[in-house]
Write a protein that binds this ligand. Sequence first.
Ligand SMILES: C[S@@+](CC[C@H](N)C(=O)[O-])C[C@H]1O[C@@H](n2cnc3c(N)ncnc32)[C@H](O)[C@@H]1O
Length: 272
Amino acid sequence: MTENRLGPSFHTDQVDDVTQRELLVEILDSQAALPGVRRLRQWTLDALRIEPGDRVLDIGSGTGSEVVAMARLAGPTGAAYGVDPNPGMLTVARKRAAAEGISADFVEGNAYALPFEDGSIDAVRCERVYQHLDHPDRASAEIARVLRPGGRAVVIDSDWSTTIIHPGDPEVVAAMTATSLSRSLHPHSGRMLRGWLTHAGLTVEGMSADAVMWEPDGIRAMMPIGAEKAVAQGTITEQQRDRLLADLEAGMAAGDYHFSVTMFAVQARKPD
Ligand SMILES: C[S@@+](CC[C@H](N)C(=O)[O-])C[C@H]1O[C@@H](n2cnc3c(N)ncnc32)[C@H](O)[C@@H]1O
């Protein structure tokens, strides 16, 4: 990735900056607390049907919270792994798992070359990673490779083109959203997941979705970044940015606001 991005990024070329890592962790923590994310994560755990003794894997494991959740289900006779290319994220995840008394391995790695043998994993999850990938097809092939026959996978991603923001001048909101989408690798990732997994030879068994509705803390963390990108791209003016952010602040103060993105989850199985 060579794109010059503004603000925090989950792309693998921006992994060493400590301030940025702290901001990314803060964003992930605030998203993890959202009811929509929590519901989809619980659905994912149910769909993965993890049994004691299973070997389970989270690709792009971030802060490691879902590795911990899977490790609890796999129990002491199982094994739980998190893979992430960001060493800073791995450090955070290791500390948090240890603090909860969970035994899990967090391994530096990449969705394109998972450090596991063919057919060695019972259940795989991957959340909000595909939108950052140059080659989602290769990541899907890797999931299919490491799963044992009959193994289960759930891949989750946002579909950013479903973003709804209120209040704000609809034309300015549309211009800002379009700029963000044009700079995303896969702004329609959520709707593509089923196809990517099917093309990798997995059998899709179910889908779920939730509109993730952000609260003021998350809106305040993310909106200025998107607005700044749009100003830098010349799709909105500084005055429009200021007005939009002020409108949102006023809306949040009055309890009249909405910021949502739909997240989709696809449940698949490797044929026997
Ligand atoms: C938006 S975060 C999501 C983290 C976590 N899955 C969650 O839902 O909270 C994206 C994560 O994907 C990781 N990532 C980025 N590129 C990746 C790649 N090529 N392979 C695996 N993980 C990657 C980032 O380091 C980051 O931890």
